[in-house]
Design a protein around this ligand. Sequence first.
Ligand code: PLP
Length: 408
Amino acid sequence: MVNGPVNGVKHVIKASKRTLEIEYAIRDVTLPARELEKKGHKILKLNIGDPCAYDFDTPEPIKAAVKKAMEHGKNGYTPSEGIPELLDAIVEKERRDGVEIKQSDIVVTTGVTESLLLLFAATFEEGDEILVPGPAYPPYVTYIKLNGAKPVPYRTIEEENWAPDIDDLKKKITPKTKAIAVITPNNPTGALYKEKVLKEICDIVAEHPQMYLISDEIYDMMVYDDEFVSPGKINKEIPMVIFNGISKGYLAPGWRIGYMAFRDPSGALSEIREGVMRQARARLCASSICQYGYHKALMGAQSHLEALRAKLKERRDFAYKRINEIPGLSTQKPGGAFYIFPKIEVPYKSDKQFVLDILENCHVLLVHGSGFCETYGKGHFRAVFLPPIEMMSEAFDRIENYMRKLKS
Ligand code: PLP
């Protein structure tokens, strides 16, 4: 775009520093992939955290509910916190998970991502701190920084299947720490946190009156060996905010519906809740028709889940076994979500260079681990095990060839 004078006046308009500093690691590798595609190369994509980009689709009854809502005039704005029938369904869903909340504790948002934006804006003053898992889903770090706060990664231990390191977490608490975030099952490691470790984290929050717990449960339905347990079931007292939504378990990420639920029996979060509600009213509401879809999803038969889990478990098992057969790579077995986070065991300039070289030489797209945490993600990459086995098999064969050449 040419920035020339208009009527003799040359405008020079600066963007905010805080937005120009936003980084999104996943894009750093998708741009070179796009260049290769433009040259006619077919890229095997193991980078997309969206089941609908592969052979999964939203269950028909949920789609039908959205169509019906549209045809029955549900096209106007809804209450800012969400339609009452969806709020009821969320109360019921949380009750099934052993968590007690009321309708008035919930705000329905444009995906969990909008919940993160609203909650962080309501929580942080300049210089506040929040403990986030290292590695973690990148918008945590982005939106925390956007609000002038400091994300402090706590170590998760690879050899213990990426479980949070409680000693490290404790060491990193300061008087400025306002929250601890847990993501279980986790993006990017696929770790499903055990009840014991969640209890320890809840106990830490209980000891610190300036802190609350954030529990991101967006992958709760995608577990393969053990049951998912919400911290809200383990500890009934501490202030907590729970995130969930339609994107993963109900296979409709493009519909952009999620929620945050304040589980706050003591009322410690009432100011933050007010700050969230004021913003929620200012942005009107989440998509009306898709709220009806999520209502159907939560209240209807959950019959798609068994097949979904079986399909993903087979793919998880394949990816786990196959990656561990490749010289120079090793991986833990993910207990949930649809991500695997292997370690690059050969000396390499950086994990980002590794991913770029794999892209260039194998036409397979991964995401570099340091994009999820400079400290605890480096030396790794993230792959999804969403693709059909034939596609993963081809991708891992190509990676194996490359690794064997490196070693020889
Ligand atoms: N939280 C985690 C841990 C995620 O991995 C993702 C998406 O990948 C989200 C939240 C985003 O959820 P939503 O689609 O509801 O915005």
